[in-house]
Write a protein that binds this ligand. Sequence first.
Ligand code: ADE
Length: 248
Amino acid sequence: MQYHVMTLFPEMILQGMHTSIIGRAMDKGLIGLEAVNIRDFAEPARKSRIDDYPYGGGAGMVMQAEPVYRCWESVTTRIGHKARCVYLTPQGRVFDQQLARELAQEEDLIFLCGHYEGIDERVVEEIVTDQVSIGDYVLTGGELAAMVVMDAVSRMVPGVLTNALSGQDESFSDSLLEYPQYSRPEVWHGKSVPQILLSGHHGNVERWRRDQSILRTLQRRPELLEKAQLDKKDRKVLQELLANAEEI
Ligand code: ADE
């Protein structure tokens, strides 16, 4: 997976991404990252300015079409194809695990990070294939959102997670939240690890975890249960939980 991030703050992207699991994946060559400074494509007459007043008036400045377009052309020419271009904006499709999985299939992904009051709509129409929001709130720019998307997508790239199963057995993989986890010591601040996890009975542990996932999802994100793939036993557990509603 090769990421190409068009931004006014390349150092923010590079510093933010070169840590932990994603940093290691980059060192191993599983993930490549370049941050391209849109300012380098400013029109010479405007020195390095890439923003201007909005037509029609109003507060703030707008990123101009031409520097963004030239930046995109430089990336697509170098990589030899028009890769999917993701514009981070609160107006986009809300990012989720399904979209992370889908984007992880691509060889290259281009990200466009906006600042100021937005980007001239004409260049958005011309180069952007996906508009993506990371949630219903407004950030000062697209960089943090691009990093969130890259982090979630990278986990889905084969080899990035050393434990091959951990990408599957997690919150949202089948529209259920993850079960609670425990590690040593067995008793901490007077709280014991659930006995079943110490039993060594794999089948019972699996069932308990599944039940906990269903319970957590019901308590915290009940709307996810509509999409969850529940088998007969799962549905029975859910019915029992709903019948004893005071428990939740
Ligand atoms: N840019 C500003 N706010 C954003 C958000 N919520 N998601 C994606 N990009 C953004």
